[in-house]
Design a protein around this ligand. Structure first.
Ligand code: ATP
Ligand code: MG
Ligand code: MG
Length: 369
């Protein structure tokens, strides 16, 4: 049976490897540190740096296809792997999603509006960008940010200099601050033949810039859901994606949707699909990478996913084990450091019940935990 190679050792790789195993595939995880969450469940693993040529060549020869559980794969890694094994998503897709400026341009070209933005490479350009976009605004590093790291909200003039000092000299982007009514995400799968499948829209809540809760489906009008799904399909087409990608969106009070960023991989806001859909985002990803047809992404239950972050998240674990209709997941990480995603839990509700629930009721599955 075929072997799927997964670059990256985190929980997204772990859940992808579990999905691959269920479809009869072996997995080979490649990551720089030993005992990573994905390695614990893979058939084989390699511990080596992402630019270790000899180790990458050996890995590529041992697998039938390569995928990535994070988008910040060095270009050099792709140069080495590319000629040796089919890589999905492609180097071009990864390059776009590694750079917020390229990503914003790509979204615009695909017909997805974004916040106003300007690239910023000097203090003078920052002043010009602030003059043009106005305050409040968000200054971000163009590369390598996650969980809100590498960004600063500028509320008034006094915030500008300290933000510049903290984030420069890295290439930056200034975005208008969007007073969104809700954050949404949509996960799309596309296979090698160009067929697409889109999951229902997720409604996301962050806590200290880290995803905290996802409600699925999002409590939004049907017209907004259809527009978000259409954006995701157009994006997948334009990228020539093979695999899954998440499109993060801001929903404004007037029902406008703006694209925030693209993750060309399974996404934290799609974990609910494991329990609530016929096939999860991880299964869709593995199917696409392995050259299988996509599965029906239909949702058969509503779901509320809660991340277990750091020691506070872990304090919920024993309660989650016995809570009704809750499915708990742990990622096998040793240290519950603050801010670290240790696991998640999904509360499963009857189909169609979430739409009319206010927050208190929509979170009540976790209230006894
Ligand atoms: P992720 O962990 O999702 O990859 P990230 O570090 O790449 O996060 P973003 O998704 O760009 O960063 O931003 C993190 C969060 O900060 C967003 O989900 C949103 O809540 C808030 N945010 C980002 N950009 C803006 C903006 N332009 N206006 C308002 N809020 C924003
Ligand atoms: Mg991001
Ligand atoms: Mg984000």
């Amino acid at each position: 049976n075929a072997t799927i190679g997964i670059l990256g050792g985190g929980q997204l790789g772990r859940m992808s490897a579990l999905a691959a195993a269920r479809l009869g595939y072996r997995t080979h995880v490649f990551a720089p540190e030993a005992d990573q969450p994905a390695m614990q469940v893979a058939t084989r693993h390699s511990v080596a740096d992402y630019t270790d040529e000899a180790a990458l060549v050996e890995f590529a020869r041992a697998v039938d296809a390569v995928t990535f559980e994070f988008e910040n794969v060095p270009a050099r890694t792709l140069d080495i792997l590319g000629p040796l094994a089919p890589c999905h998503p492609s180097a071009e897709v990864l390059a776009i999603c590694q750079d917020r400026v390229a990503e914003k341009r790509f979204m615009a070209a695909a017909g997805i509006p974004t916040a106003p933005w300007r690239s910023v490479d000097s203090a003078a350009e920052l002043a010009e960008a602030v003059a043009e976009i106005g305050l409040p605004a968000v200054l971000k590093t163009t590369r390598l940010g996650y969980d809100g790291r590498g960004q600063a909200v500028l509320r008034d003039q006094a915030d500008i200099a300290p933000a510049w000092t903290r984030l420069a000299p890295r290439p930056l982007i200034l975005e208008g601050f969007i007073p969104f009514a809700m954050e949404l995400s949509v996960i799309v799968a596309r296979d090698a033949d160009g067929a697409t499948a889109v999951f229902d829209i997720a409604e996301n809540r962050h806590h200290h810039h880290i995803l905290d809760i996802t409600f699925a489906p999002a409590r939004i009008p049907e017209s907004v859901a259809l527009e978000a799904q259409a954006h995701a399909r157009r994006l997948a087409e334009a990228l020539g994606l093979v695999g899954v990608a998440a499109l993060e969106l801001f929903l404004l009070a007037d029902a406008t949707l703006l694209g925030n960023e693209i993750a060309p991989r399974p996404h934290n806001s799609g974990h609910w699909t494991i329990e609530a859909c016929c096939a999860s985002q991880f299964e869709q990803h593995i199917r696409a990478v392995a050259g299988l047809p996509l599965a029906d992404p239909s949702r058969h239950h509503d779901a509320v996913m809660r991340n277990l972050v750091g020691p506070e998240g872990m304090a919920l674990w024993s309660g989650l084990l016995t809570a009704p209709r809750i499915v708990p997941h742990l990622y096998g990480k040793a240290e519950p450091r603050p801010g670290r995603k240790m696991g998640h839990a999904t509360w499963i509700l009857p189909f169609g019940t979430l739409a009319t629930m206010a927050d208190e009721e929509a979170l009540s599955g976790f209230s006894g935990v």
